[in-house]
Design a protein around this ligand. Structure first.
Ligand code: CDP
Ligand code: CDP
Ligand code: CDP
Length: 296
């Protein structure tokens, strides 16, 4: 069987795990799995069944999780990303499908943010998600080896997974473990920036829709006027992130911890490219392949 390479990326909320992991996966031709989105899907399942007291309904919830399918679809990207903070790196978009339904937007909603750490604190939920994570990783690796057409540079097949307990619990033998961190304020500002970027997109879309409606027939004059969404302040975001970090660090079952053999990268003052290339170079070094960006 082929050589295998697993990269685990853990860290607190909004430390850059997901964008970094996606860029690293694209650079190396590896698969990518966002483990947080599995917990977010589990939370959505609970919310849709009006389950609010998770601890009283864990068996029902676990049954629902095991019955559902979660797919994480990576759309390779060659174009510049919409986020200026990502610099020149192309970061693939990820689509999350829950039983075939695109829930990418819904799983990022405030209701889910507020409940997900509670759902993730249940040991039986974590056990169910662990099984899903390991089988997804095996499938993603197989796909990665099919994508690496001529097996360039003797690259092994591989996967990048980000979350809270990937290097400590899910893949304790991962070939490379990264713990990403940044100051609480830097993280809150980044989330706020993201929301404002999305808000700009939404407003632009609404403007275009309006123009199209006006040029269309008069009959539909009173077309739907969707209200612009309102977003929280940086302080509110900081409070939400800190509450979630507190819950993730202090829970009983596989809490957020720095694995003893993890490489800690604080990116408060790093550019996105610096942090991505630091990781891809470390990976190349450990795979026995010549690093590309050793000059950074
Ligand atoms: O994107 P963000 O960092 O805000 O969160 P996420 O990675 O989508 O994870 C959402 C929540 O899922 C976390 O706050 C944890 O409670 C839980 N989670 C976990 O417990 N273990 C993981 N491996 C990944 C996520
Ligand atoms: O997955 P996680 O919640 O840890 O973070 P994310 O969803 O990747 O969001 C991190 C945000 O910080 C993204 O908008 C990045 O563009 C931005 N960022 C970063 O990740 N690293 C930097 N050095 C600077 C900005
Ligand atoms: O050993 P197994 O059949 O589960 O899978 P493998 O193909 O030998 O290993 C897959 C990847 O999972 C390896 O690259 C390891 O990084 C990781 N792994 C781990 O971290 N801890 C385990 N207990 C098993 C595998």
């Amino acid at each position: 069987s082929r050589r295998n390479f697993t990269i685990a990326i853990d860290g607190p909320a909004a430390s850059g795990k997901s964008s970094t992991a996606r860029a690293v996966a694209q650079e190396l031709g590896f698969g990518y799995i966002d483990s947080g989105s599995i917990y977010r899907c589990a939370t959505l399942l609970a919310l849709r069944q009006n389950i609010t007291e998770i601890s009283k309904h864990t068996d029902d919830l676990v049954a629902m999780i095991l019955k559902s399918t979660v797919e994480i679809k990576v759309q390779p990207s060659n174009s510049l990303n919409a986020m200026p903070s990502l610099g020149r790196l192309a970061v693939p978009e990820v689509q999350v499908l829950l039983d075939g339904e695109d829930v990418s937007g819904e799983i990022r909603k405030p209701e889910v943010n507020r409940m997900v750490a509670k759902v993730a604190s249940e040991s039986s939920v974590r056990e169910a998600v662990l099984g899903i994570q390991r089988s997804m990783a095996a499938r993603a690796k197989t796909r990665s080896s099919q994508n690496q057409s001529a097996n360039n540079e003797g690259m092994p097949e591989g996967v990048v997974m980000d979350g809270r307990d990937i290097g400590t619990t899910i893949f304790p033998n991962a070939e490379l473990k990264i713990y990403l961190d940044a100051s609480a304020m830097a993280r809150a500002i980044r989330r706020w920036d993201e929301m404002n970027n999305q808000l700009k997109d939404t407003k632009q879309q609404q403007k275009q829709q309006k123009q199209q409606q006006q040029s269309a027939s008069d009959a539909q004059k009173a077309g739907s006027t969707t209200e612009a969404p309102t977003y929280p302040s940086v302080e509110e975001i900081a409070r939400e992130l800190e509450a979630r970090d507190y819950a993730d660090i202090n829970r009983e079952h596989s809490p957020l911890r720095i694995a003893s053999d993890a490489v800690v990268i604080d990116n408060t003052n790093l550019t996105f490219e610096q942090q991505v290339y630091t990781i891809t170079d470390l990976a190349r070094e450990r795979m026995g392949i010549k690093p590309k960006h050793a000059d950074l």
